[in-house]
Ligand binder design. Structure first.
Ligand code: CDV
Length: 308
């Protein structure tokens, strides 16, 4: 099978005043570094191009449309696409998408080394709330500014392996991983913007949030015998702190590389996709061991219903 040098490009905070062009220049600097290190596929975070605007409430949501992209690539991102093609590098990044029909999604794409968008994913699990909530330490208004994604968790072949995506909160849900695992996914990339403070309380809980981040990636990769990259946008953004912890995980669920800081930082690892085979043929041989007759509740019931 295939070996690939894979890289995760963590991005430090993006302030509101920063332009798309300035952010893309930062992304390209990391892409240069990745090329020097032999990276063939590079992953950037959720909503890479802008500040994480859903932390702010506006009455008229259309005021937020300036944070959205109406086409991809566009004038600001074309230089990134061109550089990747020059380096023959595949890549993935997240952005806020406004469709011609006027729908808003939290989106990410996988781009092949030839510059073709081979897969688009729209975030399924939108955390937070839709209206201003005075009881929260800060607002998290993804449900106000985005529709739940309509793509589902598809996978597509890119650079000889099956790749799939999810976005931030999706990583916490085992369903996300298993739906891709059932399609034989080899590499899952998930970018995130995760505040270090609990929205329902005042505590700053960086260590716990980093632990839950790593736990989710290690469990997801192990239980589906695949590689995974978690890519943070982190550090301080417009006065709000978000966790780092960008990581690359192998199919045994072990961390292969992890970012040290909270700024722009590249981590790399060699992915040998033959290593996915062992667990797929043994403990996680889905065809041999799954008992779908007992899993019906997962797709027929949303919340908890206790036996009466
Ligand atoms: N961008 C996110 O989806 N963030 C959530 C926070 C709000 C909990 C996350 O799951 O990291």
């Amino acid at each position: 099978m295939t070996k690939l040098m894979i890289g995760a490009a963590q991005i430090g905070g993006i302030q509101k005043a920063e332009t798309r062009e300035e952010v893309v220049a930062r992304m390209m600097k990391l892409m240069d570094e990745a090329h020097e290190k032999g990276v063939e596929f590079l992953a950037y975070p959720e909503m890479t191009l802008t500040t994480f605007f859903p932390r702010e409430y506006v009455e008229d949501r259309s005021e937020m449309d300036s944070w959205f992209e109406t086409e991809m690539p566009n004038a600001a991102t074309q230089p990134l696409f061109d550089l990747a093609q020059k380096y023959k590098m595949g890549f993935t990044f997240g952005y806020s998408e406004l469709t011609p029909e006027g729908e808003h999604y939290n989106t990410s794409i996988i781009v092949s080394p030839e510059g073709e968008i081979v897969l688009k994913y729209r975030k399924t699990h939108l955390p937070g709330h839709a209206e201003y909530d005075e009881n929260r330490a800060y607002q998290h208004l993804e449900k106000r500014y985005f529709l739940p994604g309509n793509t589902g968790f598809q996978v597509a072949e890119n650079q000889g392996v099956l790749m799939g995506m999810a976005i931030c909160n999706d990583r916490r849900w085992p369903e996300t991983w298993r739906v891709m695992g059932l399609q034989g996914v080899d590499l899952v990339t998930i970018g995130y913007n995760t505040p270090s403070q609990n929205t329902h309380g005042k505590e700053v809980q960086i260590e716990q949030n980093l632990y839950h981040n790593e736990l989710s990636f290690c469990a997801g990769a192990y239980q589906n015998a695949c590689y995974a990259m978690g890519i943070a946008k982190c550090g301080t953004e417009d006065g709000n702190h978000m966790i780092g912890g960008t990581l690359i995980v192998g199919p045994e669920g072990t961390v292969l590389a992890k970012a040290e800081g909270e700024g722009d930082e590249l981590i790399v690892a060699e992915a040998d996709f033959d290593k996915c085979a062992f667990n797929r043929q043994n403990v996680f041989n889905f065809a041999a061991h799954r008992r779908i007759e007992h899993y019906g509740l997962i797709s027929s019931q949303t919340g908890v219903v206790k036996p009466s």
